[in-house]
Design a protein around this ligand. Structure first.
Ligand code: CUA
Length: 334
């Protein structure tokens, strides 16, 4: 009996120490959504149980190894034990109750994270190899950054253009697969202003790891300001938008619009003209050629220029609409 009391005390002490250690490591990122509450609560229960089970096994084992080790001169066998019905019933009933308890709390947490706010703002999410795109149907705005007002539930209606992707912002905790040919839903109520990242949590091809887009949570006033700005951009002509994208995405840093050469070929007088290629061929600078040159930057290298200079990530960074705007802008540079 004395041994059990000592072990019980050691197990309690060890449980506290292990749990404190796990807490100190900071296993979870900041909790930035209302849905994170019930999920972190579950994690906390799990971490406590894990600390206890770890201590129960390791303390019992180490205590036995040290205290009941064979003393010098001892040659006999250990006590022969036949089994213990009471112990076996106990270690069946206790875990059963624990698992049932966890299932109940888990179901409650699931219901909490899916609670519907009828006022929720709808954002249509499109995933594809390898990009995220966000449409705000209420405002007729489309963006590659997910802008969200704080303390307002957003209903993400998601679909994929090709394979299975998965929407996951670790700070929001909740995660949902995005499927082709089907719409899946996720509800998030951001509670902390700040910058986060949506990552794809389903292996979806070569650039899966690069499938990250910014998520920005701002005050309601700043959100409205952003919407107004986006609507203004949307209302301008494609050429004007293209000029803005060219500045924003760095095109203008390498491609001049006045005929001079910075790093890459100038855009002035480019559209609809013949372009001599490094491989000796000539190609007409039409929409298809320009789009290909933006997306697959190394397929057709212009004569006199080296391959590999232009960034190769515009497929992820630019939406189709933005590419069309840039082409419209190039078209206007006669
Ligand atoms: Cu999309 Cu991984």
């Amino acid at each position: 009996m004395k041994h059990f009391v000592i072990v019980a005390i050691l197990v309690v002490i060890s449980t506290f120490l292990v749990k404190a250690g796990l807490d100190a490591v900071g296993l979870l990122p900041v909790a930035a959504s209302a849905q994170a509450g019930p999920i972190d609560n579950l994690f906390n229960i799990q971490f406590t149980l894990i600390s206890f089970l770890f201590s129960l096994i390791v303390v019992f084992m180490l205590y036995s190894i040290v205290v009941f080790r064979r003393k010098p001169g001892e040659t006999g066998d250990g006590v022969h034990i036949e089994g213990n019905t009471k112990l076996e019933i106990t270690w069946t009933i206790l875990p059963l109750l624990t698992v049932l308890g966890l299932a109940t709390i888990g179901a409650q947490a699931l219901a909490d994270t899916r609670r519907i706010d009828p006022q929720a703002m709808v954002v249509k999410v499109t995933a594809g190899q390898w990009f995220w795109k966000f449409d705000y149907p209420d405002y007729k705005v489309s963006s590659t950054t997910l802008y969200l007002p704080v303390n307002k539930q957003v209903l993400l209606q998601m679909t994929s253009q090709d394979v299975i992707h998965s929407f996951w912002v670790p700070e929001f905790r909740v995660k949902q697969d995005v499927l082709p040919g089907r719409e899946t839903e996720l509800r998030v109520t951001p509670i902390k202003e700040g910058g986060y990242k949506v990552r794809c949590a389903e292996l979806c091809g070569t650039s899966h790891a690069l499938m990250e887009n910014p998520v920005v949570v701002v005050s309601d006033a700043n959100f409205q300001a952003w919407i107004t700005e986006q609507q203004k951009i949307g209302a301008t002509s494609p050429e004007e938008r293209g000029k803005k994208w060219a500045a924003e995405f760095g095109c203008a840093a390498c491609h001049s619009v006045d005929g001079s050469q910075i790093v890459g070929p100038t855009w002035k007088g480019l559209y609809d003209h013949d372009v001599p290629l490094a491989n000796g061929q000539t190609v007409k600078a039409d929409d298809a050629y320009l789009k290909e040159s933006i997306l697959n930057t190394n397929t057709k290298i212009v004569k006199g220029f080296a391959p590999g200079i232009m960034p190769q990530n515009f497929r992820e960074r630019l939406s189709d609409d933005q590419i069309n705007d840039i082409i419209a802008y190039i078209k206007s540079l006669k």
